[in-house]
Design a protein around this ligand. Structure first.
Ligand code: F6P
Length: 522
């Protein structure tokens, strides 16, 4: 069944939200916290070891109720049903969107075109497991009989950003294999990676759903030629494997049929790290940890499907984002992980969110006259505090921020972690409450002459009232990372449903590719 087709601006909830915004635009967070001593508890959700506190947003109960009414009016419940059950919600490409099936451990079948896809998923996972075990244990030998020491993932976009982000994020759990990523067609990228490698002990994983992507095939060919400087074509099967849905093209490239890991057209590239596309993750941290990542995501799938919307983390995140994007006219959103391990998360989420919801045509084929996809940006705390946070605290723009943190550190350097987390909470406090004229005045009085106080005061003032979300986990583990990623996946889905767009195609990336090909021919 197709998704429903409702222009959100024609709903009665939207009209009520527009009216309510006239009051909400003057909300003062200090005031809201003063009036409601339970505000933090009222606007927090705890689920499976994770705390989501959204009390520091420019909302009251009425705003939340109206946003929930909007979700109900566009029939989000029906859309979630269709999303999980394999309906072709990527309607323009006539495809189901089933990254959730990749981590679904229930006994229930999931049908695409009348066929249960679960057996294929399980068989692919078994293949990833046995291959990972062979390589990690050293049983898989290269062409001179040596075990593998290095893995190179060759892919771009969804075939690179997810695995790269996760391998980096979970390096605490990594085994002895070194994992590298080659994505850019810029030859400097592949050259620098190859410099570090020994062809006898390197395994190349070519990840391309289509196996036609110019960047990936160019890099794969360059690497194959580099390899053949030391080995023969008969050795390729020991050093090259592929993850793709295009077996014919993979075989033509010279890869053994046995070494092809499947990909399916019902999994979008940017949501594919849970499939064989995550092979380099499984190689880097072992299959059991990879499975834990999937388990964490499955927990969020269950939560998203079953929790009431007012207690549903991805739904609330999406609604808040719509509140700022469509009513406060915020254009951007910050993702701020207080963990150096998550330095690649903002780039990963940029693709996930912006390739999905950067759309200007609705499900009627009509140009949209309201705002859709927000611009995602960010960096790790605390480094960004010394970089762009000035603008977020005192600039002219309203930028809602997600602060992602962990109660416990992995390396046990308690002193570091206390400082990190003190900054995590302090930034949110500063954004929320700012510093009043009276407070600044008192401070200035201590060290300044009377005539300087009024001159300095405006510059030292923090208006506060800048929204932020607390997303706090116990510890960075494969499972909690799986939860985090799935939360954002479902937030993106929910936004697309409300904006009445198709989130799972990406025709906007095609024109540039076509023109580049034309230029190359001339
Ligand atoms: O950039 C567009 C895109 O199609 C992404 O959606 C995709 O993840 C990437 O290119 C790579 O595609 P492929 O896996 O087919 O090489």
């Amino acid at each position: 069944m197709p998704l429903k087709n409702i222009n959100p601006t024609t709903t009665s909830a939207w009209k009520k939200l527009s009216n309510h915004f006239n009051e909400a635009k003057d909300f003062d967070l200090k005031d809201l916290f003063r009036k409601n001593k339970n505000r933090k508890a009222d606007f927090s959700i705890e689920y499976s070891g994770l705390v989501f506190d959204y009390s520091k947003n420019l909302i009251n109960q009425q705003a939340v109720d109206l946003l929930l009414e909007l979700a109900n009016e566009v029939d989000l419940k029906d859309a979630i049903e269709k999303y999980f059950s394999g309906d072709k919600i990527n309607a323009i490409e006539d495809r189901a969107v089933l990254h959730t099936a990749l981590r679904n451990t229930s006994e229930d079948p999931v049908y695409v075109d009348g066929k249960d896809v679960k057996p294929q998923i399980q068989s692919a996972l078994r293949k990833v497991k046995s291959f990972s075990n062979k390589v990690i244990s050293g049983k898989w030998k290269g062409f001179t009989g040596k075990s593998i020491t290095d893995i190179v993932n060759i892919g771009v976009g969804g075939s690179d950003l997810g695995p790269d982000m996760v391998v980096e994020a979970l390096q605490f759990y990594k085994n002895k294999l070194n994992t590298h990523f080659v994505s850019n067609v810029d030859g400097d990228h592949v050259s620098e990676v190859l410099k570090k490698l020994n062809p006898e002990t390197t395994l190349f994983v070519i990840v391309s759903k289509t196996f036609t992507t110019q960047e990936t095939i160019t890099n794969a060919n360059t690497i194959r030629n580099w390899f053949l400087n030391s080995a023969t074509v008969f050795d390729v099967s020991k050093h090259f494997v592929a993850v793709s849905s295009n077996a014919e093209k993979v075989i033509n490239f010279g890869i053994d049929k046995k070494n092809i890991f499947p990909m399916w057209n019902w999994v979008g590239g940017r949501f594919s790290l849970w499939s064989s596309v995550g092979l380099s993750i499984s190689l880097s941290i072992g299959f059991d940890n990879f499975k834990e990542l999937l388990n964490g995501a499955e927990e969020i799938d269950i939560h998203f499907k079953s929790a009431d919307f007012d207690k549903n983390i991805p739904v609330i995140l999406a609604l808040l984002s719509i509140w700022y994007n469509n009513f406060f006219n915020s254009e951007t959103e910050l993702v701020l992980p207080y963990s150096e391990y998550l330095s690649k998360l903002p780039a990963y989420l940029q693709q996930a969110a912006m390739e999905s919801n950067g759309k200007g045509v609705d499900r009627n084929g009509k140009e949209i006259n309201y705002q859709t996809g927000t611009i995602i940006w960010g960096s790790t705390g605390v480094n960004m505090q010394h970089a762009f946070m000035q603008l977020v605290h005192q600039g002219t723009k309203l930028i809602p921020s997600d602060f992602i943190g962990y109660k416990e550190s992995l390396h046990g350097l308690t002193d570091h972690h206390q400082k990190l987390m003190a900054n995590y909470f302090a930034q949110m406090e500063a954004l929320t409450f700012g510093k009043t004229k009276e407070e600044v005045h008192l401070e200035l009085k201590l060290n300044n002459k009377k005539e300087d106080i009024s001159r300095l005061l405006p510059y030292k003032l923090f208006k506060g009232n800048r929204p932020s979300n607390t997303i706090l986990f116990k510890k960075l583990t494969p499972k909690s990372l799986g939860q985090l990623i799935a939360i954002y996946e479902h937030k993106i889905f929910t936004q697309g449903i409300i904006w009445n767009i198709y989130s799972y195609d990406q025709f906007g990336v095609e024109l540039g590719k076509e023109l580049a090909k034309k230029l190359l021919k001339n």
